[in-house]
Each structure stands twice: as C-alpha cells, then as structure tokens.
Design a protein around this ligand. Sequence first.
Ligand SMILES: Cc1ncc(COP(=O)(O)O)c(C=O)c1O
Length: 408
Amino acid sequence: MINDLFIPPYANPAGSPIRELFPYLSKPGMISFAGGYPSPALFDAEGLSQAAERVFAEPAKALQYGPTEGSAPLRQALLRLSRDRGVACSADELLVTTGSQQAFDLLVRTLVQPGDVVLLEAPAYPAAIQALRLAGAVIHEVPMDAEGLRTELIEDTLKGLPPGAKPKLLYTVPTFSNPRGTLLPHARRVALIEVARRHGFLIVEDDPYGELTFTGATPQPLYALAQNEPGAENPVVYLSSLSKTVAPALRIGWMVASAEIVRRCVVAKQTVDLCTSPIAQLIACEYLQSGRYPGTVTKARDEYKARAEAMADTLDATLGARVRFERAQGGMFLWMECTAPVDPQRLFTTAVEEGVLFVPGAAFYSRVAKGVSMRLSFAAPDVSQIREGVARLSRAFDSSTSNIPALS
Ligand SMILES: Cc1ncc(COP(=O)(O)O)c(C=O)c1O
C-alpha cells in the first residue's frame, strides 16, 4: 500500500552512484580515488577550533535560530570573498546555504517543474543530475571536450527540442569541472552568456573549485563576465562553497543571484531547514575574519598540484597509450578515457579486488555514456598512496583488457 503513495520520481529512485561506492571504502587498505573529499591533512583544525571557541563564548548567539538568509556578518564575509573573485553583489543578492548542494536544490525547487527542459553539461556532477531528475526535468545533455562545455553545440541542442520547448537553465562547472577537471576558456564563457541571453535561460555556474588553481590563472567567473554588460540582466546564478577549501563538515555554501531569485530561494529554504546551522555559520565567519583563509587555500593549491602531477606522471608511466587524460590545471579531478578495449564491469571489480576505487564514468551521464571512462580524484590520498593506487589500477587494466569475455 505504501508503495502506491510515493510520487513518481520517488517510486523507484536510484540513489547517488557515488554514495553507493561507500561500502567498498571499508575494505582494509583500500586506496580511494572515488570521492571528491578534501585531504584531511589540509584541515586547519587549530584555526577552526579557535574560531569555535570564540563562537561558544557567546552561547546565546551561537545556539539560537538565525535568519533564513544567513547570519549578517557571514554574508558580509562571503560578499568580500565573492568580490575578490570578481563576483560583486549586494547583500540582498547573496544567500547562505547548507552546502552549495542546497543552493542548487533551492534553485531547482523554485524554477523547475515536471516536464521542464534543462540543459546539462555532460559528463556532469551526479548530484546535479539527481536533483534535476527528482524534479521531473527533461534533461538535454551538451557534450564537453578537453576545454569544457562545447558551447558551439548549444544552438544545435536547442534546435533539436520539440516545438515550443525552451530550457529554463543550463548547469555547468566551468572552472576545474567535476568530473572532467576542465577549465572553460574565456571565448567559450562569452559565447555561453551570449546564447543564454539570446534564448532567455539561466546559467547555473557552480564554482566550488575555482580557488584551487595550480597555475595561478583562472578566467573570470561567468557571473563577473555577464555583469560587465551595463544595463543587461545577469543570466548567471553563481554558487560556491567552503567545503573544498575549509571543511565539508561546516556545510557552508552560498548563492549569488538577482534579488528576485534569492527572495524565492529564501522562501523555499524556510520549508527545508529554516536556516543553515548558526554554529557552523558563526565558526565559518570567525574563520574568514581570522585571516587564516588565504594561507589555507595556498596550502591546498600546492598540495593538490603535487598530487595531481604524481597521479598524471604515474598514469603516463604505467598505463601509457591504453588511456587518455588531460593534466589538471586545478581542482580535485582527473578524467580518464580508455583507448584500448576494456570490459568496464570487470575493470571495476578487479580494481576493487586490487584495492583501488574509482567512479565509473557512467555515473556522470543522465543518459548512456559513450566509451569507457572514469573519474579519479587526487585530493584525498597522499603522493605515495597515489603511486600505489595507480599501480593497482594498472594491474586491474592488465586483467581486464586481455580476454574480454564475449557479450552474451
Ligand atoms: C560541482 C559540485 N557542486 C557542489 C558540490 C557540493 O558541495 P557542498 O559540500 O558545498 O554541498 C560538490 C561536492 O562535491 C561539487 O563537486
């Protein structure tokens, strides 16, 4: 009887393909390239516990409900942080959220109803796919290449829509994408904004990784570029997070968008969680005000750069021409495609037996994936674990590329 009560998206829902890998993590000695987890060695526990001490010195503030929009001093700190990235906005254009995941969920709640068309880069962040699916969106994928979203294909995608269908939004991670690690060039950024303006859809720019640059260079955020056009409405909603630079456990993310969008997301958030944990917000605010944040980010950039290089060098040395990948210029991920014939299920199973975990590429598509690919995160394991993990992966390739069983 209960099964008849669920609404269609929850009648038979698929869980997060990444979270389903969690049980493998408990295998002793497993090296995981799977999650987008920051390195625990980079958590500034001292700075955060000092911040927490200051917060608990005022328990009446720390332990009380707070405004749905977010605590005023944290919003000011996030306004400054956003402005440093070129994302300038006023207080009514910024909303603190429980992780940036919630920011996207709120947007989907306020913008998308079943049957609405949305555009999604492919491959895409799985939790974005999941949020859109649960909302009943009709997802149209726009392919990526080694430079990110292929903006020149958007018009073709739009031409392929049924008569009268118009996308509400396009979701992208233009700067050090999850999962491809790509950095969208300036010209494509300009083209994307132009096509969004022409067709009247929003661009959701998800930017949790932008500060983790290995070269020092990052193109301007889409939000900043779109803002430079005086008088024109900004079609970009900017999302970011402290998860990858400070700590995911804080669950502090934020949205920068027009006051009209923020106002509606505030109403949606009122029914979701009333407010983001005030303790976490105040700790994050104290931490940002303490002046430790820039040093923490610099340390993360240096460490992730070393890990990314170790992964790419070892992959080159062990797997060579059997795979294709681009060296990451920032972020946490390397996307690898197999050039030799390989049985993906056997590769995954053998890799787990060898003691290394990755996310199969299929998890990042809303439709059927082409070819055999995988996302490898270099953020959590250290350099020696990365070398050992790649050696294990290479052995898994050895036994999955020879004698591929015939498909029955
Ligand atoms: C592209 C992208 N967006 C959003 C998130 C969610 O981040 P948060 O911890 O802020 O909810 C992640 C986390 O992996 C991510 O990779």
